[in-house]
Design a protein. Structure first.
Length: 322
């Protein structure tokens, strides 16, 4: 199925160096923000308490911070969430331990007492709010989740490399994994730059982007291999340009429909799916770019040729190689 067919190949490889320079610049910028600002980890990774509260009217976040400071919690993490009536409050175990008014005196482990929190802190910032959610995660659990998430990411990368190496050739495997890691690092760079919360749902979206992006790389690589069979006298640049051009219509249909679904989650899915959809949106947009304008040029730089993908067949009678 195609929306349109481009009759003349677009010379992507003519500008391959420019595309790779842009990719390198964005990649280095993402690394810079990750190194200087770091990720804003959710309590799922750091441990602590997270509370979502909803007020009857707009809440003064500064007044809430002042009330928390008076309760012994200094520099609290408080922000509006979705609307001016909704807030998220994050407390580390250290913060809870330093504030007896919101610690369960009968337990050595930090535990949120909703009634005390409402009476002593939240209600001072406005009308009595409704607690929508409160979660507690121990530091040890957070460390285990972070470790398991990192191992899951490495496992996905390893299986993708093995799959591409088995299905195509090592040059395609290297190019595809560089392009896919490019997408992941840029997603993390955006979250570091804007200090968006990095949670388990965002990690899941990042892993999904890896699989989604490699699918586009496989489509391009398949078409390149097919073109090497059909266009025996064409140059490598011509083969790659034709492979990308001939799949543009498919790319628009597939990614357009996927992005429509993701944007519906972003705007209509509520607070729970917000950053999950943000990560997917960034990943899909950069996944298109990387599969077409990062993976293909890198394959070209690595010196891919027809013999890498199609083994020559020698005729028994004449000894001619076909």
């Amino acid at each position: 199925m195609e929306f349109f067919r481009i009759k003349r190949d677009i010379p992507f490889m003519r500008h391959a160096l420019v595309f790779n320079a842009i990719s390198l610049a964005t990649f280095l910028a993402a690394i810079f923000f990750l190194a200087t600002r770091g990720l804003n980890y959710s309590i799922e990774f750091t441990g602590g308490v997270e509370v979502e509260a909803r007020y009857a009217s707009a809440v003064d976040v500064d007044a809430l911070r002042a009330a928390l400071d008076a309760a012994g919690i200094h520099e609290p993490q408080v922000q509006n969430f979705g609307t001016q009536r909704d807030i998220i409050l994050r407390l580390s175990p250290k913060d809870i331990a330093s504030a007896p008014s919101i610690r369960d005196a009968e337990s050595a482990a930090p535990k949120l007492d909703e009634q005390l929190l409402l009476a002593n802190v939240l209600a001072k910032a406005g009308d009595k709010p409704e607690i929508m959610r409160d979660d507690f995660v121990g530091p040890q659990v957070g460390q285990e989740l972070a470790y398991d998430g990192a191992m899951a990411l490495l496992a996905v990368v390893g299986f993708i490399i093995a799959y591409l190496w088995f299905r195509f050739e090592w040059k395609f495997a290297v190019a595809a994994i560089v392009a896919n890691l490019h997408d992941v690092v840029i997603i993390l760079g955006f979250f570091a730059l804007f200090q968006w919360e990095f949670s388990l749902t965002v990690l899941a979206a990042t892993l999904a982007v890896l699989g989604y992006s490699v699918n586009e790389s496989v489509v391009i690589a398949d078409r390149i291999r097919e073109n090497f069979r059909k266009q025996r006298r064409a140059s490598v640049d011509s083969v790659i340009d034709n492979a990308i051009t001939s799949t543009i219509s498919r790319t628009i249909i597939t990614h357009g429909l996927t992005e429509t679904m993701v944007l519906s989650m972003l705007f209509l899915g509520g607070a729970t799916l917000h950053y999950f959809a943000v990560a997917l949106t960034i990943g899909i947009l950069f996944g298109i770019y990387s599969s077409v304008l990062v993976m293909a040029p890198i394959t070209r730089w690595l010196g891919v040729k027809r013999e890498d993908l199609i083994k020559p067949v020698r005729k028994e009678s004449s000894g001619e190689v076909v």
